[in-house]
Ligand binder design. Structure first.
Ligand code: CLF
Ligand code: SF4
Length: 522
């Protein structure tokens, strides 16, 4: 009998992953964030876990990195750019802009045919077993390109039935396609809804193209809003999970998004994702050129908090490119160009993918158990204090990134109720070829100056000094530990020092949300 025949299924799975050079922690090469709801609500709304949702819903979201904050520590998504045309114009979009360093919706490097897209999906799935979701999100609107979109879904579903299909649309054409969406087993649909009032809408949308005619102003916004809400009702009636994306545009729709939140909740949306406007003159968008600003970190959080009482909020969105590949927060699209895919040997192995999922489940259980233990301790404290901390991580829910290598920091709010993931802040790399970059350090401080501490796996003495001077404590004593457990343990000690009069908490400054990659803030 050979050794292989005597192996347990678990050992075989381990070997499969090893053959690919993978483990749960090694496959995760970049950022991740919070975990399941814990303490009732220890993370954002999309952090709801197995016990917080009906079984059939949990089954749909548990491996989807956008619909479950916990899942996004472990599972990746990929987008294929098969949908170039769009049927509306948004004032924050310019699809001509193409930069491999830019990470925002609408932007892609290569457009694909459905056949090329299906091949790319299989190639990525062969090499990245944690890729569980295929999304079509542009660079235009998937439903303004229905043949290419549905052909791609058809080809992928045939060859890779375990991959979830996901669609993101502006909603104008949605009511016409709900039946096809259902027939193609697309179980997750995102609609971008920025307004329900045409007076607000006319400031966001200069035109829509509907039934062979171009409409402008309030009339255009009214048509769009009616179609979006009708499409949402039709989808939820079919039990298709719907997420609503809304772009927060200060002075235009910020307060109005509370009304949008109520309207989509009453129509059965599962999740609301309020994202900051990305707007810079170099993007060439109307808002970029007219100087429309995006929200600050505190403005965004305040609005998300207001809406959270109404329904589940997503706070871990990374506003990905329409050809993004990898965990949210990482972009491996440059590894999978048409040219590179041609040389990849496709070996789509369901068993390896199952093995990865089994490892993830074990890892998830360990994390939850550790967090629950710490939560019991912190619940004994009696304090209303809330603080924010920043965490450097490359995934797996652990503090496992060096300060100088972090491209983003994850932000957690700590209180006696638990640790709650509230967002991420993108930054310039501090460590450039072995040297600390002073300008980059400035951007990091501006991005996390609302935090009391930053947790890292390692940090040099220069940045440590500068951060502490800016009132941000550096914490490297929890390197490679689970984030929530470490953060709560830190918070317990912080409270002890406050009670002993050793620390006097003061109001922190607001932080800046980065307006797109590689743009230096002034
Ligand atoms: Fe893509 Fe969107 Fe599906 Fe996710 S993204 S189509 S739901 S698989 Fe996710 Fe990216 Fe945010 Fe979108 S982080 S922009 S919410
Ligand atoms: Fe751009 Fe999407 Fe708006 Fe179309 S719907 S203009 S692709 S952001």
């Amino acid at each position: 009998m050979t050794a292989a025949l005597t192996q347990t299924p678990k050992a075989k799975n381990f070997q499969r992953l090893k053959a690919l050079g993978l483990s749960v922690t090694s496959t995760i090469q970049h950022q991740g964030c919070g975990s399941k709801g814990g303490s009732g609500k220890s993370s954002c709304g999309s952090g709801a876990g197995a016990g917080d949702l009906p079984e059939e819903i949990w089954e749909k979201v548990k491996n989807h990195p956008c619909y479950s904050e916990e899942a996004h520590h472990y599972y990746a998504r990929m987008h294929v750019a098969v949908a170039p045309a769009c049927n509306i114009q948004c004032n924050y979009c310019n699809r001509k802009y193409d930069c491999a360093n830019e990470s925002r919706p609408g932007v892609v490097s290569e457009r694909l045919t459905p056949e090329e897209a299906a091949k790319k999906v299989l190639a990525v799935a062969s090499l990245i077993p944690q890729m569980t979701v295929l999304g079509i999100a542009g660079p235009g609107d998937p439903l303004a390109n229905p043949d290419k979109t549905f052909k791609t879904f058809e080809l992928v579903a045939k060859k890779a039935p375990d991959i979830k299909l996901c669609l993101s649309t502006n909603g104008l054409a949605l009511p016409e396609y709900v039946k096809r969406i259902k027939d193609f087993n697309v179980d997750h649909v995102t609609i971008t809804i920025n307004m329900i009032d045409p007076e607000v809408g006319e400031k966001i949308y200069p035109w829509v193209f509907y039934k062979h005619k171009r409409y402008k102003g309030k009339e255009a916004a009214k048509i769009l809003s009616e179609r979006q809400l009708e499409g949402l009702e039709m989808l939820t009636a079919e039990k298709i999970l719907c997420k609503i994306n809304s772009v927060m545009i200060p002075g235009i729709n910020d307060e109005h998004l509370i009304e949008v939140n109520k309207a989509v909740k009453s129509r059965g949306a599962f999740l609301h994702n309020i994202m900051p406007l990305i707007s810079a003159p170099e993007h060439g968008t109307y808002f970029g050129l007219t100087g429309q600003r995006g929200p600050t970190a505190q403005e965004l959080k305040a609005l998300q908090d207001k809406c959270e009482g109404q329904m589940n909020m997503m706070r871990h969105c990374r506003q990905c490119r329409a050809d993004a590949v990898g965990l949210l927060g990482e972009d491996r699209s440059s590894e999978f160009t048409k040219e590179k895919i041609a040389s990849i040997e496709v070996n789509y192995d369901m068993e390896t993918r199952k093995a990865y999922k089994m490892q993830v489940e074990q890892e998830r259980q360990m994390r939850v158990a550790e967090r629950e233990k710490e939560l019991k301790e912190i619940a004994k404290e009696n304090s209303e204090l809330k603080i924010l901390v920043a965490v450097a991580t490359k995934g797996g829910g652990k503090i496992n990134e060096h300060f100088g290598h972090a491209k983003e920091f994850q932000i957690y709010e700590l209180s006696t109720k638990g640790s709650k993931f509230i967002g991420h802040r993108r930054v310039d790399l501090y460590c450039q070829g072995g040297y600390g970059e002073e300008d980059a350090l400035e951007t990091v401080i501006r991005a996390i100056r609302d935090c009391v501490a930053v947790f890292v796996a390692k940090i040099g003495s220069c940045p440590k000094e500068a951060l502490e001077k800016a009132g941000i404590e550096t914490v490297d004593g929890f390197a490679y530990e689970y984030i929530e457990k470490a953060a709560l343990s830190y918070f317990k000690e912080y409270l002890r020092k406050v009670n002993a009069g050793l620390i006097h908490p003061t109001k922190k400054e607001d932080a800046l949300i980065r307006q797109g990659a590689l743009v230096t803030l002034n």
